[in-house]
Write a protein that binds this ligand. Structure first.
Ligand code: AMP
Length: 401
């Protein structure tokens, strides 16, 4: 038995989970939010399952790491730092370099650094997190687990954009996708537990949260995913546009006088369900408004459901045959109403059908088959667990026993 940490460092936050491995038991978890502020928030799960919270100044990520370590000691979760045998970090962008998780060494660090222009809000803070842990625990092996690596099996016809080749060659401009750790977790679990590791499995995984992406997976390998160069691509999301005619960008820059950067930020942070519904980016609020008859909320749901259903149909066409559709993440796991809105669009042609009762009863972390017996393709809700995948990769790559 030994302990392994999964860390997700953002620009002003540091989320963590501590596992006992190989049992995969969660010992604690928590977050340091508002790093850089005098009123940062540190929360940690105590042994009795309650959440302990402190408000205090946290100057930088190194202080956050000290706080996490001390917090785990104070809660009696670890006695000695030597109990921690490995640390895995979530890294948003691995570019074309990483088709698997990697040992955090100088080469890995340099490559992550070189990819900062592709993920300016994430890769920089991830490195700060890594360096802060290295300072605190210099002898502990660290692993980088990339959101993009699972999608590196895509073929050029899927990852290239129809633009001049020099943009790919000089600037690495191509589809990378995201949520790969989640899609990989879902695929492994689905293929093992629901398809009994049979040969030539073909599945579609739907990671549908505030950010959302689909993945067409054949034999456990990604064939195609919906996010593009950045997470802005693909289906309509909580606050992101998803795919649009690229000329919208140029037209709005010229006609509004706004800068490309400010529109880009708006397409990421103030568009999607939020912009169309004018209610919220949260499906719970939009559902409540639609049920009260709000026309914009109803339109937002219809637009969202149509786009998602079109992606599902095109991915099914691409795979030729689908054994299983997996729903996951905030909306996929919790919203029977939004799941039904999508499946209603996939019934006439594709023959997808929900079991109404199972769909209604599946939320809040439940794993359940939600399709009816006569659905053309079975559908299951599987709660995702990216941190567990990070912990497993850490054990695997550090060869911990
Ligand atoms: P995620 O990004 O995976 O954390 O998903 C967050 C989104 O999931 C929220 O913005 C909501 O739209 C949706 N969500 C979370 N919980 C629920 C719930 N209980 N019912 C409906 N939607 C939910």
């Amino acid at each position: 038995m030994f302990k392994v940490m999964a860390v997700n460092a953002g620009s002003s936050s540091m989320k963590f989970k501590l596992y006992e491995m190989p049992e995969e038991k969660v010992l604690t978890g928590g977050n340091v939010e508002r790093i850089g502020h005098d009123d940062a928030i540190f929360s940690i799960l105590a042994k009795d399952g309650t959440k302990h919270k402190k408000i205090l100044p946290v100057k930088d990520h190194s202080v956050a790491v000290q706080l996490i370590i001390q917090g785990m000691k104070d809660e009696g979760i670890i006695q000695d730092l030597k109990e921690i045998k490995g640390i895995g970090h979530r890294i948003v962008q691995g570019g074309p370099y990483f088709s698997d998780s990697a040992l955090f060494n100088k080469d890995t660090e340099d490559k992550i650094e070189s990819l900062i222009p592709l993920a300016p809000l994430h890769n920089g803070p991830h490195l700060i997190g890594f360096r802060a842990f290295k300072k605190a625990l210099p002898d502990v092996g660290q692993i980088a687990v990339f959101d993009t690596s699972f999608h590196q099996t895509m073929a050029p016809e899927d990852y290239l954009f129809p633009i001049k080749r020099e943009y790919y060659e000089k600037y690495k401009c191509r589809r990378y996708g995201a949520h790969g750790t989640s899609h990989r977790y879902l695929a492994q679990k689905a293929i093992h537990e629901y398809l009994h590791d049979k040969k030539d499995t073909r599945i579609i995984t739907l990671h549908i949260g505030s950010g959302a992406s689909l993945c067409a997976i054949r034999d456990g390998k990604c064939v195609l995913t919906s996010m593009g160069l950045t997470p802005l691509g693909g289906i309509m999301m909580g606050t992101r546009t998803g795919d649009m005619d690229p000329s919208v960008f140029n037209y709005l820059v010229t006609s509004t006088g706004r800068t490309a950067e400010s529109l880009f930020q708006e397409f990421n942070k103030e568009s999607g369900l939020q912009a169309v519904s004018e209610v919220s980016n949260d499906t719970r609020d939009i559902e409540a408004a639609a049920l009260k008859g709000d026309e914009k909320a109803k339109l937002a749901i219809k637009m969202w459901a149509l786009r998602l259903s079109q992606f599902i149909a095109s991915y099914a066409c691409r795979l030729g045959h689908v054994d299983l559709i997996v729903w996951s993440a905030g909306i996929g796991e919790n919203s029977p109403y939004f799941r039904k809105a999508v499946i209603d669009e996939c019934t006439e042609f594709m023959g997808l059908k929900l079991d109404a009762k199972k769909n209604e009863e599946t939320y809040g972390g439940k794993e359940e088959i939600i399709s009816s017996k006569d659905s053309s393709i079975p559908m299951v809700v599987i709660p995702t667990d990216e941190e567990l995948m990070i912990a497993r990769d850490t054990v695997r790559l550090l060869k911990l026993k």
